[in-house]
Ligand binder design. Structure first.
Ligand code: FAD
Length: 326
């Protein structure tokens, strides 16, 4: 069986990012998966994490210039792994992040492959086919690479499967990236939007608020309900544009794609660009004043009502249930 590489991105602390599970799962759909990572640090925690996300084979390139989020050493690792292999991979799967996109361009060029970006679904078989959401999420296109390896960036949050943990076999490759091409990281500052709540993309419960929260006096009801449920906070673009929530909370076509077990939409009408980012949710609960709001077309449970009365009542009910269980 042909191989498929998964590019493992490291964060600014050198830790495997949340996208690793998804790219390994994506590569597994397309061939024998091989996770490829470049690091300047101790590989042991990286390998441990890759085992947890089900990587069975890992190629690791250790290089002092392979600092996290630098694309050139990462691309060199993927190209070296391809050169070392008996046959080139049939696909390379990367996260559709700033770093992943840049690495993808280098690798597609280096392997003379075809580049498919911002993919929301992919299937293997004799021909690899990918799905992309276009024109505001209202249409999808299906594409295939007809010659050379398929180099595919996957929109984070699009592939739901979870692989069983594995004990990865480890191979090392040497890389010699041109230092003149490597971006220089001059400093790393903590992101201002850091929160103690679960990360939006991987949270099992998301409470999201829309423009309707403005008439409810702000976003605090969304946050209070999220904290009651131990959930992440999401927002529609209209809520973000209105300054009710930070850009990092935006769910949808031009925001984060989420697929939680439970998604609560408060004062969100359900525009297709919003649905494009949360239609993979398990159960959707919507609260909206307008019974004709499109969010009710996809909701499993809907409450036609004012968030200022429904949400406090819900918080109160959750508290009483929790207190009663003590
Ligand atoms: P609205 O559509 O205004 O809906 C507000 C809802 O709140 C209404 O249904 C109303 O009945 C309800 N409401 C009002 N007051 C109350 C109350 N007191 N109690 C209960 N309900 C109340 N949107 C995204 O969300 N994510 C994206 O990533 C995104 N990307 C986009 C990309 C492009 C290229 C374009 C063109 C648009 C994009 N949009 C995106 C915008 C999208 O088209 C919608 O404008 C947006 O999702 C609407 O947000 P909303 O539902 O909060 O606001």
């Amino acid at each position: 069986m042909a191989t498929a590489f998964a590019f493992i991105e490291l964060d600014e602390r050198g830790q495997v990012t949340a996208d690793a599970a998804e790219v390994v799962a994506g590569a597994t759909r397309l061939g024998e998966p091989i996770a490829v990572v470049a690091t300047d640090g101790d590989p042991a925690p990286v390998l441990a994490r890759l085992g947890q996300v089900g990587a069975t084979d890992v190629v690791i390139a250790h290089h002092p210039l392979a600092t996290p989020a630098t694309a050139v050493p990462a691309a060199a690792a993927l190209l070296a792994a391809a050169a070392d292999a008996a046959t080139p991979p049939r696909a390379v799967v990367l996260p559709h992040t700033r770093c992943g996109r840049e690495v993808a361009a280098h690798v597609a060029l280096g392997l003379d492959g075809g580049l498919l970006t911002d993919v929301v679904d992919l299937v293997g078989g004799p021909e690899i086919r990918t799905t992309q959401a276009v024109l505001g999420g209202g249409w999808t296109t299906v594409a295939a690479v007809l010659s050379g390896p398929a180099v595919i960036t996957v929109r984070p949050g699009s592939l739901p499967e979870v692989l069983p943990p594995a004990q990865p076999r480890v191979t090392r490759v040497r890389i010699d990236p041109d230092p003149r091409l490597i971006e220089e990281v001059q400093g790393v500052a903590p992101y201002a939007g850091v929160t103690s709540r679960p990360a939006l993309r991987s949270a099992s419960t998301v409470v999201a608020g829309g423009r309707g929260m403005a008439s409810a006096g702000g976003f605090s009801l969304v946050e209070r309900l999220a904290d009651e449920l131990g959930a992440a906070v999401g927002a529609s673009r209209a809520a973000v544009d209105a300054g009710l929530a930070p850009r990092s909370a935006q769910v949808g076509q031009s925001g984060t794609t989420v697929s939680p077990d439970l998604y609560l939409a408060l004062g969100i009408s359900g525009a297709m660009q919003h649905l494009a980012g949360m239609s993979g949710a398990g159960t959707v609960v919507a609260v909206d004043l307008d019974p004709a709001a499109p969010i009710f077309d996809i909701a499993d449970f809907g409450v036609v009502g004012d968030v200022t009365t429904v949400v406090p009542a819900l918080i109160e009910a959750l508290r009483s249930r929790r207190d009663g269980a003590r």
